[in-house]
Design a protein around this ligand. Structure first.
Ligand code: ADP
Length: 677
């Protein structure tokens, strides 16, 4: 038997206890909180990015508007300078050509008289001539009204923009700048410059801007007049600015190519999202782990409580010690048994309660060992110990675990039962003698009658002796008296011996001595039934280990039963009782008492050993049950069978019992091959 360390604990199925109420509520709240926090974080990140994007577009628009204003201001200045009427036509043309080359958005310059008739015009050599498809006079309305405004204002004015077709579906959105030429407070003419709005936008945009934004001029209703920049705007991050110029104002519209920040491609959002998911995952794992832990803790708690209850309620003492012999555990029953508190036992050797220092701390073994403990009060008491190795989870031995059973109560019961047995046997012996009382009186009568007659004879002889002396006869008579007295005394002693014998030691004794001791009583009975008694003793005489008194009583009971069984059939065969003893092998000696009676009937067979079962009127029914108890106490067995002749008729009964052979010592002197009555 092996035990698991630290203590073999019963394995209980993990109890499926209900989860504490409202725990699910906490979990739902936690999950909702994490979801809200996560959504909020993502929204914040996206909102922050959107507002930054918008700010950038706003800043770009403001910057572009400023640049446009500056560009148009320079254009205004340069055209105003060119409007000087004092220049010769050749100078004017030269300067105008130079201006057209430097200001690329300027597509055409015209010199007009006071009636707005074109005097001289010069197209930008880098651009297709503006009015090659439609003649100038068809597209002159806006210009003329700007010139009128310029004349009234006394400073250059811009016209409304208008579309100039250039063929093949192409064209140019153009805005004219008109400056009045005044000489000595007289209007002498006008200078008109046509500015391409597309070229104007291209002159201020950088490649970087053009890559990411759509830049355009729009009308008041949002209609795009002209646009630049490679992509189309996404319409999400837009900004508008009014670029005010004399006589007119342009609305600048900047539209970022990037749309709303996406949830997944956005790196920071992805990071936040990932972290949140990670957090959520960790929370889930933690929750799972916590559930498992709490379940395991509950199961462990149950298991520990079960173990504690078991340790406390078990009646046997439990004690564990380590490989060095120090006590590592003692249950309540053990502490109660030896009368020490656990603290007085733990960590110490076992000498406190184990009086035999030679044995204390030694291995006891799982087979069990009986020894004596001494309690704290000094009381010595018998205990039965069983010990087995204590193994840890890896199967390594860490010590020993031992159960200790207090045998005091058991011993007391055994003593009591033994005393009762003795009393019962003494009673049974008295009953046997009571039964034999008449027999005894008959037996004693014989020597007493002989003594009496010899005494009378002696008196007569002594009277005669006064006449003539016959000393030899007198001596003989006296000797007979002495013999008969001795015989009577022997009979009485044998009865006394049988009744009073008290010693109950098991000693080696020759089987012949046992038989001889009972022979006088047996013969006495046999004589009454006119039965013969034979003794068959094996040679060499076997010796047995037994309580002599008890075994003699068994033999007397069996012999008496045999003689009684033969009594009722006088016309049967000659009554013969045979007492045998022989070695049986296997350390046993067999005794047999054989009679020639009617045998044991079948109806009696089953109950023959039941106490108080008898078929005889004067019987008590205790004889055989006592015999069997005695023989079994000696480690032997008692049984019986009927003897049959060749025709199968029952010719007698044989009662047999075995006793352990006495191993040592010598057999008693042989009592003869056969003893006959
Ligand atoms: P008791 O002798 O007082 O009757 P026992 O226990 O000795 O009590 O015997 C019980 C019964 O067993 C007897 O009454 C008898 O019927 C039967 N018995 C015992 N010995 C023999 C025998 N040798 N032959 C036949 N019957 C027997």
């Amino acid at each position: 038997m092996r035990s698991r360390a630290p203590m073999s604990t019963p394995t209980l199925p993990a109890p499926s206890l209900p989860a504490p109420p409202r725990r699910w509520l906490w979990w739902t709240m936690l999950v909702a909180l994490i979801a809200v926090a996560q959504t909020w974080l993502v929204w914040l990140t996206m909102d922050f990015q959107a507002s930054r994007q918008q700010q950038r577009v706003d800043a770009i628009t403001a910057e572009l508007a400023a640049q446009l204003r500056h560009r148009l201001f320079i254009d205004t200045q340069r055209l105003a300078a060119l409007a000087d009427s004092r220049q010769s036509p050749a100078d004017w043309r030269r300067e105008a050509a130079s201006l057209l080359l430097s200001q690329r958005e300027l597509l055409r310059v015209e010199r007009r008289d006071a009636s707005l008739n074109i005097v001289s015009a010069l197209d930008n050599p880098l651009h297709k001539p503006l009015f090659s498809v439609l003649p100038r006079d068809q597209l002159d309305f806006a210009t003329q009204s700007a010139c009128g405004a310029a004349r009234r204002a006394g400073e250059p004015q811009y016209s409304q923009s208008y579309f100039v077709p250039l063929g093949n579906g192409l064209g140019e959105e153009v805005m004219d700048l008109c400056a009045a030429q005044v000489t000595n407070a007289h209007l002498t003419g006008y200078l008109v410059g046509s500015i391409s709005l597309g070229a104007l936008l291209e002159s201020v945009e950088s490649p970087e801007l053009a890559r990411n934004h759509e830049i355009s001029f729009v009308e008041g209703d949002g209609t795009r007049i002209v646009r630049t920049g490679s992509p189309h705007g996404a319409g999400v991050f837009v900004a508008d600015r009014v670029v005010g110029v004399p006589g007119h104002s342009l609305q600048l519209h900047v539209d970022s190519a990037s749309g709303r920040p996406g949830v997944i491609p956005n790196l920071s959002t992805a990071l936040v999202l990932g972290l949140s998911l990670l957090l959520f995952g960790v929370a889930l794992v933690l929750a799972h782990d916590m559930r498992r832990r709490s379940r395991a803790e509950r199961a462990l708690g149950e298991s520990l409580a079960f173990r504690k209850a078991m340790e406390d309620s078990v009646l046997a003492g439990l004690r564990a010690r380590d490989m060095q012999g120090r006590v590592t555990f003692a249950n309540q029953a053990f502490c109660d048994m030896v009368g020490y508190a656990p603290s007085q036992l733990l960590g110490r050797g076992e000498e406190r309660y184990w009086p035999e220092p030679a044995v204390a701390g030694e291995r006891v073994g799982s087979q069990g060992q009986e020894t004596e403990f001494v309690s704290s009060s000094g009381r010595r008491f018998p205990v039965m110990l069983h010990e087995s190795p204590l193994l840890d989870a890896e199967g390594r031995q860490t010590g020993w675990i031992c159960t200790a059973l207090d045998l005091s109560a058991q011993r007391r019961i055994e003593d009591m039962s033994r005393r009762q047995q003795e009393r019962l046997q003494a009673t049974a012996r008295l009953a046997t003698v009571g039964e034999m009382a008449s027999l005894l009186s008959h037996e004693l009568n014989q020597p007493l009658a002989a003594i009496s007659s010899f005494a009378t004879g002696s008196i007569n002889l002594m009277n005669d002796a006064l006449a003539r002396t016959e000393p030899a006869l007198l001596l003989q008579a006296m000797e007979r008296i002495a013999e008969q007295s001795e015989r009577a005394g022997r009979i009485i002693r044998s009865v006394q011996d049988f009744v009073r014998r008290r010693e109950h030691e098991r000693l080696p004794i020759g089987a012949d001595l046992l038989v001889e001791a009972i022979l006088p009583l047996v013969r006495m009975q046999a004589r009454r039934s006119a039965a013969r008694v034979e003794v068959h003793m094996a040679q060499p005489v076997p010796r047995v280990l037994c309580d002599r008194t008890m075994i003699e009583q068994v033999l007397i009971n069996l012999a008496r039963n045999g003689i009684q069984a033969m009594a009722p059939c006088p016309q049967g065969p000659e009554p013969l009782l045979r007492i045998e003893a022989r070695p049986l092998g296997a350390g046993l000696v067999e005794f047999a008492v054989v009679d020639r009676g009617p045998g044991v009937p079948d109806e009696v067979r089953a109950q023959i050993f039941t106490p108080f079962f008898t078929t005889r009127e004067e019987g008590m029914g205790l004889g055989l049950s006592l015999c069997r108890t005695v023989i079994e106490q000696h480690g032997g067995s008692l049984d019986f069978d009927n003897l049959r002749d060749a025709d199968g008729r029952v010719v007698g009964a044989r009662f047999r019992f075995t006793l352990p052979v006495a191993q040592r010592g010598r057999a008693a002197p042989p009592a003869g091959e056969e003893l006959h009555a």
